[in-house]
Write a protein that binds this ligand. Structure first.
Ligand code: NAP
Length: 247
């Protein structure tokens, strides 16, 4: 049984999908959770669900690609909780297209939301975690950051970059007992993959050794483990949650 009752976490992009499930899983372990999202309405709905589990919850509106908003988000969360033990950099977007047709603005936006955001958030949280000499940072990457994917030059580059960032920050903060890891989901049933046609979904599943898409809960369970004391000696790792797609 994982007990996070004295801990406080921030989950970015926690209004829906995988982020919402991560927030719920952490709250079920007793953790206070701040849910940030660019869409405050969804963050508030998730925060209300968390409160019903009997934990402290906070909804924060922030575009994580914006340095000023990120700074404000950490001020608000630290003001409310006094400490931040767990940061989950989950917010992410796709703007798919073949390389030859990809617009520069779609490249820039995906890199900003998926990668620059994690740099900004890691930088903000590092100060308080270094002072506390403990902390867990979990970056939600993707298997496509390890293997590439047709039509996702921007997205796969952002996730590969996130893995590089994870390993470097892990090295820089290890001496202060701060663990920094990435979770790389495979293909997970969420709004992001609902956009795919049934034929594409079937094609995807047939390439997965376990022959099915994963669930947001599968990813959240991996995050809960890495956020817990069970993972105190694990840092700089990429944990794939993908039904065996990458091995
Ligand atoms: P999702 O359902 O689209 O949820 C993403 C959340 O992030 C949404 O609440 C979204 O807000 C929010 N968001 C988007 N841009 C933001 C910004 N600039 N600042 C703050 N919040 C922002 O996606 P998901 O499938 O749960 O994915 C979550 C993470 O897992 C992402 O990093 C994704 O790359 C990764 N992942 C997903 C899969 C998959 O198969 N689904 C696979 C591998 C990795 P809005 O509701 O306003 O858009």
């Amino acid at each position: 049984m994982i007990d996070l009752t004295s801990k406080a976490a921030l989950v970015t992009g926690g209004g829906r999908g995988i982020g919402r499930e991560i927030a719920l899983r952490l709250a079920q372990a007793g953790c206070s959770v701040a849910v940030s999202d660019i869409d405050i309405a969804t963050a508030q709905t998730t925060a209300q669900e968390l409160e019903q589990l009997g934990v402290k919850a906070l909804a924060v509106k922030a575009n994580v690609a914006d340095a000023v908003e990120v700074e404000g988000m950490f001020k608000e969360v630290l003001g409310a909780f006094g400490t931040l033990d767990i940061l989950v950099n989950n917010a992410g977007i796709t703007r798919d297209g073949l390389l030859v047709r990809m617009k520069e603005e779609d490249w820039d936006l995906v890199l900003q939301v998926n990668l620059k955001s994690a740099f900004l958030c890691c930088k903000e949280v590092a100060r308080s975690m270094m002072k506390a000499r403990s902390g867990k940072i979990i970056n939600i990457a993707s298997v496509v950051g390890l293997m590439g994917n047709f039509g996702q030059a921007n997205y796969s580059a952002s996730k590969a970059g996130l893995i590089g960032l994870t390993k470097t920050v892990a090295r820089e903060l290890a001496g202060r007992s701060i663990c920094v890891n990435a979770v790389a989901p495979g293909f997970i049933k969420t709004a992001m993959t609902d956009k795919l046609s049934d034929t594409d979904k079937e094609k995807l599943s047939s390439n997965i050794p376990m022959q099915k898409l994963g669930s947001a809960a599968d990813v959240a369970n991996a995050v809960l483990f890495l956020a817990s004391p069970l993972a105190d000696y694990i840092t700089g790792q990429v944990l794939t949650v993908d039904g065996g797609l990458v091995m």
